[in-house]
Structures are given as C-alpha cells and as structure tokens.
Ligand binder design. Structure first.
Ligand code: GTP
Length: 374
C-alpha cells in the first residue's frame, strides 16, 4: 500500500506542487473549498440510507433487527457525524478518517448481509455506486479516496471469490467494480488537478493584489495586514516594533530632467536597495509616489535608527541608473503600545520625515511616541 501511496503522492506532486509546505497549503485550501460538498453529501447520504431502510424492508423477506441497526442507525449516524464535524475545524482529521472508513464499513456490511443471499444481485449495485461515491462524490482527496476505494474492493472481491456464486457472474461483478474504480479514479484525479490550477490562480491573484506593480514591494493594504500580524507577536511576546519611512529627495527633478521612465527606474532600484539591506523578517512597502516604508518586527527605536542610518549610507553610495547619485530623507519611530494602529505610527514617522526634509534633506530623524503625545 505504501508504494501505491508514494505513487499517488507522485501524481499529485506532478500537479505540479514543488515544495512540501505548498502541498500542505494546497490540501488545507482544497479541504476548505470542499467542506460544503462533504457536508451536503453527508446529509443526502444520511437521508438516502433512511429511505433505503424502508425500501429494503419491502424487499427482504426475513428483515431483521441487524439490518435495521446497520442501515437505519449505524451508517446514517456516522454520515450525520461527518456532516456535523465539517463545522468544527479542530475535528477535521476525525471527520476525514470517518469519511474514509464509512464506505469501507458500508461495503463490508453489504458483503456480510447480502453476498450469500439469493438476492445478492439486487444489492450488488450498491458496491459500484459506493466506489463512484468515494472517488467522485464524497469530497475526499484523491489519496484518501484511493485508500478507501481500494480497501473496499479488497473486501468485496475477496468475499465474492469465496462464495459459490457462478464464476461467470463473479467475473461480471469484478468487471463492474473495475469500471467503477477506473471511472472514479480518473474523475478524482481530474478534479484534483483542476483544484490545483484554481489554487495556483488564487495565489497569483493574491500576489497581484498585494504588490505594487512597479517596484514589486508590498502595497499599503498588504502592509496593513502584515502590521496586524506583527502586532499579535508584539502583544504575545512583548516585543518592540518600529517603522521607517523614506522619501527620495527632489524626485520631481528626476522626472523633469530625465523623463518619467528614468524616474521609474530610480524607484525600482531604490526598492531593490531597501529590500537587500533589511532583514528577511522586515516588511518593505511602497506608500505611493516616491515614499516607502519598512515595518521592523522585534526592533526597538534605537535599533531602527541604526538601520535607517545604514540605509541612508547605502542610498548615498549607490549609483542610480541615468541620474547617478540620489539621497533620501528618513523618519523613524517605534510603536508605543500594543494597539497603536499603522496609521498612527505612519503619522508619527511622517512628522519625523517632514523634519528630516526641513533640516535640509539627506537626513534621518527619530521621533519618540512621547514627542507627539498630547
Ligand atoms: N516616475 C515616476 N514618478 C512618480 C511616480 N509617482 C509619483 N511620481 C512623481 O514623484 C514626484 C514627487 O515630487 P514631490 O512630492 O514634489 O517631491 P520631491 O520633488 O521629491 O521633493 P521633496 O520630496 O520635497 O524632496 C512627482 O513629480 C510625481 O509625479 C511614479 O510611479 N513614477
């Protein structure tokens, strides 16, 4: 079985998921999108089993309590539980386990109740429907559906060949099982691949929606989200957090003298320079125009001031395309308290930036929260 699972992993990874964490993210995302399907199919299956109980009562001459328990109580309650568990993310593993085991159980019950009875042919379609249900209807991902369907087939075929049913009938029965398995498998594979394309498109759209197209830095909305996430760390671990705001000096002159395209190139170079000279955990964004800002998690004001001074040095030493040397004015501040908003922090950094400009540009100014407190 492990070889088969490895094979399935390979097919899925050809999907083409390259990194394992991305595979994990995809399956988490895919499960979220399939939850309504799992919920409603579980509900419909529960109801159909109850109807089936009534029909079965009219078909089987010696209808007994055992049949009633399996088809009116056990299977419907398992499926109803699956449906209910879809509402509780903490229990999704248990839900999936039940969803994998339920069809194996239902098929084993069918084998137990009907295989040796002379009415077997009437009940055989349940096997074929069940295999299709596992792959194409249940909402299970390919690997889990494969485990559930192949285990069911082992039980069904194993029990069928041991009966004294005519071999021609057994051959036909296995043929139908094989057909249901093949159709179901292909259907689940195609569905999973389609899901993965959707997931990739989703990622692309999310990336487009969160980046500034010219510099590829985060845009303001994304910076806001990142700030909120970092704030949770600040609250949880009592870590400091700082903000740096940068504005290229006399940028209008670049556009006026060298044209808008040259201005764009300077902006892109400036963005790359910032990204390369901060830590991986820092978030660099473009505020619009020639203004940039950096969120520095786990960094106090003094450290942020040092980072800003290093950035100022890098900018001064850099030769920008077409225009050569450019400088920037920089405002620095530290978050004052846990619930300070990004706008409040930016306002303070902006005041510091304005002071840096007022002091003749190419300057770094640090503004403590207490300096603006009223
Ligand atoms: N090339 C280019 N220019 C832009 C872009 N966004 C804004 N600008 C220009 O950036 C310039 C900003 O100029 P100002 O705000 O007057 O400031 P400045 O000339 O940099 O002067 P100081 O900030 O006072 O040093 C304007 O000329 C805008 O047209 C952009 O995406 N590309």
């Amino acid at each position: 079985m492990s070889m088969v699972v490895r094979f399935l992993n390979k097919i899925q990874n050809d999907v083409p998921i390259s990194q394992s964490h991305q595979t994990h993210d995809f399956h988490t995302w895919a499960l979220r999108t399939r939850l309504p399907q799992i919920r409603y199919i579980a509900l419909v299956t529960t109801l159909l089993y109850l109807i089936y109980t009534v029909v079965e009562y009219t078909v089987v001459p010696n209808y007994n309590a055992e049949r009633f328990f399996f088809h009116a109580v056990l299977v419907p309650s398992v499926m109803a539980t699956v449906g209910i568990l879809t509402h509780f993310p903490r229990h999704h593993r248990a839900m999936l386990l039940l969803l994998i085991l339920a069809p194996i159980g239902a098929n084993t019950i069918n084998v137990y109740l009907n295989l040796s009875s002379r009415y077997f042919v009437y009940f055989a379609p349940e096997f074929y429907l069940s295999i299709m249900w596992i792959f194409a209807i249940s909402g299970l991902r390919l690997k889990h559906a494969f485990i559930s369907a192949s285990s069911s087939c082992v039980v069904i075929i194993g029990a069928s060949v041991m009966t004294d049913l005519p071999s021609t009938f057994i051959n036909l029965h296995i043929m139908w099982l094989f057909s249901a398995f093949s159709f179901g498998f292909v259907c689940a594979l195609v569905l999973e691949r389609t899901h993965y394309s959707l997931y990739e498109k989703n990622l692309e759209l999310a990336a487009l929606a969160s980046r500034d197209p010219l510099t590829q830095l985060w845009n303001r909305e994304k910076m806001s989200q990142l700030f909120t996430l970092e704030q949770q760390q600040v609250a949880a671990h009592k870590q400091p957090m700082s903000l740096i705001m940068l504005d290229i000096d006399h940028f209008k002159a670049v556009n006026d003298e060298f044209g808008h395209d040259a201005g764009d190139k300077v902006l892109s170079h400036f963005a790359t320079l910032l990204r390369r000279n901060v830590r991986k955990q820092d978030h660099v964004g473009r505020f619009g125009g020639e203004e940039f800002f950096i969120i520095l998690p786990n960094t106090d004001g003094t450290q942020a001031l040092q980072v800003a001074q290093q950035l100022q040095q890098c900018i001064n030493q850099h030769q920008f395309p077409v225009v050569g040397h450019k400088s920037a004015s920089i405002g620095v501040t530290e978050a004052q308290y846990v619930h300070e908003t990004l706008s409040q922090l930016m306002r303070r950094a902006d005041i510091a930036l304005y002071q840096a400009k007022a002091q003749g540009r190419d300057n770094v100014v640090y503004l403590a929260a207490s300096a603006t407190a009223t």
